[in-house]
Design a protein around this ligand. Structure first.
Ligand code: NAP
Length: 457
């Protein structure tokens, strides 16, 4: 006798959607005749970090949504948004309806930076700022741009650091062509930032920027990019890094071009400083007034050592963009150090290495918050390959009928959204854009209750 395979994917970002796509196309063992997938997300909308992580002025990356759309149109895949794993549902519930559960919940929180003063007013997590400017329903509606905050520090030299620096340096009206919500545009008008200082604790060959993202930093007429010569050093370890990676070489080339360039006198400046390790956020009356860095020097291995010399930078706000951190998931083990669910190629394992049958991970919750969106595809392929190997050993669910899960959501009074609901909300946002005074492509709806109301109308 053959049976139908039912899989739940928790997380409708690229990792979850790619895993679902690969799964619905996979060759099943003889014991299964077909497969269907339910993708759940705590957001009322699909696409995870593409909607709520990619900067609004990066429409090119948002184009990935088109490919994800095609996957979600597959009749073997259903979407249930506004369903919060851990609150609305736990692992035991899902096990009743599905043979296997794949977690693709990503990483959305800021990694903590344990230095004095980090909790002062005016010290922000980059991930919080990203959620705010991308209009996430759980982010506050207003952002506290202090009127006097003309100089701002960004800690960390990854692509999120570039996004945050650009969003701070651009004018509100420049961003009106994007899909920023109205509340974000209104608050950005109060942003007085003139100088954004990005701090790298190591040298130019150790930055995590990617070349295209770094190059486009200068694409705004209102911004000068100024690379400071102090600390711009390439030691033997740096030369090894450049020889080993074409991308790293390109990044250093772009930085060298910026270094050689004369500022145009634009109204806003993004400064990049190397070999400055932030050690304290300085405050007065509870408010940020500066950032103290220790000057570092390269040690020949790609790392740095402190010199014992310090610099105080007068800035009125500090944004830390030192990486994301995943949420601990109910019913699963969690590796606090790396911020991931312990796993072996995607199979969830307990801290002692024993398997947690029927549970899998993919994407950032599996390998940590690194890599571009495309990397999640190969990651998902590995997880699905292992799931396929395990299929015959999985315990069949009590209620495999697809309607049983919907009945469960209804019985719990969960106001879930569906793919059809997302299509309604999508259409509604496009219409809001058309009827906007500035005829914009889209205006995002922000409050959760409004999103759910439109999607369920
Ligand atoms: P990231 O690439 O890991 O960069 C984190 C940065 O923070 C590094 O420069 C790191 O320096 C620094 N850092 C970490 N701990 C620090 C500390 N204690 N003090 C000072 N600096 C510290 O992380 P991310 O920027 O969050 O990006 C995450 C992923 O998303 C990346 O793969 C990125 O490419 C991707 N992404 C892509 C785009 C895009 O537009 N294509 C946009 C956003 C994000 P060290 O190297 O010295 O540790």
């Amino acid at each position: 006798m053959t049976r139908h395979l039912r899989v739940a994917v928790v997380g409708a970002g690229p990792a979850g959607v790619y895993a679902s796509d690969i799964l619905t196309k996979a060759a099943l063992p003889d014991t299964f005749d077909s497969v269907s997938v339910d993708i759940l997300d705590s957001d009322p909308t699909p696409f995870g970090l593409i909607r709520y992580g990619v900067a609004p002025d990066h429409p090119r990356i948002k184009e990935i949504i088109k490919a994800l759309y095609r996957v979600m149109g597959n009749e073997d895949i259903r979407f249930f948004g506004n369903v919060d794993y851990g609150t609305d549902l736990k692992l035991d519930h899902l096990k009743r309806f599905y043979d296997a559960v794949i977690f693709a919940t990503g990483a959305r929180r800021d990694r903590q930076l344990d230095i004095p003063g980090i909790d002062l007013r005016g010290s922000f997590g980059g991930a919080d700022f990203v959620s705010w400017y991308d209009g996430h329903p759980d982010a506050p509606r207003d952002w506290d741009f202090a009127p006097h905050a003309e100089s701002v520090a960004v800690i960390g030299v990854g692509n999120v650091g570039l996004d945050v620096a650009r969003m701070l340096a651009k004018t509100a009206d420049e961003l009106l062509v994007t899909d920023i919500p109205d509340n974000v545009h209104r608050c950005l008008k109060a942003n007085a930032t003139q100088d954004v200082h990005i701090f790298a604790r190591r040298g130019p060959a150790q930055v995590k920027f990617t070349p295209m993202e770094l190059r486009e930093l200068s694409h705004s007429d209102t911004i000068d990019v100024i690379v400071h010569p102090e600390g711009f050093e390439l030691d033997e370890g740096s030369m090894d890094a450049i020889r080993a990676s074409k991308s790293q070489k390109l990044v250093v080339d772009v930085l060298q071009n910026y270094l050689a360039k004369e500022p145009t006198g634009a109204d806003h400046r993004i400064h990049i400083h190397f070999c400055q390790n932030p050690v304290e956020v300085l405050g007065e009356d509870g408010q940020v007034v500066g950032l103290r860095t220790e000057i570092t020097e390269l040690d020949g291995t790609g790392n740095v050592r402190g010199t014992g010399e310090f610099v105080d930078w007068p800035v009125q706000a500090v944004y830390r963009t030192i990486g994301y951190y995943s949420d601990n998931l109910s019913g699963l083990p969690f590796d606090q150090v790396h911020g991931v669910v312990p796993n072996d190629g995607g199979r969830v394992i307990e801290i002692d290495g024993s398997p947690l049958p029927g549970t899998y991970v993919t994407g950032w919750i599996k390998r940590g918050p690194v890599g571009l969106i495309g990397h999640t595809k190969s990651d998902a392929a590995e997880t699905i390959r292992l799931l396929m190997e395990d299929l015959d050993d999985l315990v069949p669910p009590e209620h495999p009928e697809p309607d049983a899960f919907v009945r469960h959501l209804d019985s719990q009074g969960i106001e879930y959204t569906t793919w059809a609901g997302w299509e309604k909300l999508n259409e509604h946002e496009l219409q809001l854009g058309l009827s906007h005074a500035h005829e914009r492509e889209r205006v995002k709806v922000v409050p959760r209750e409004d999103m759910v109301r439109v999607a369920r109308s």
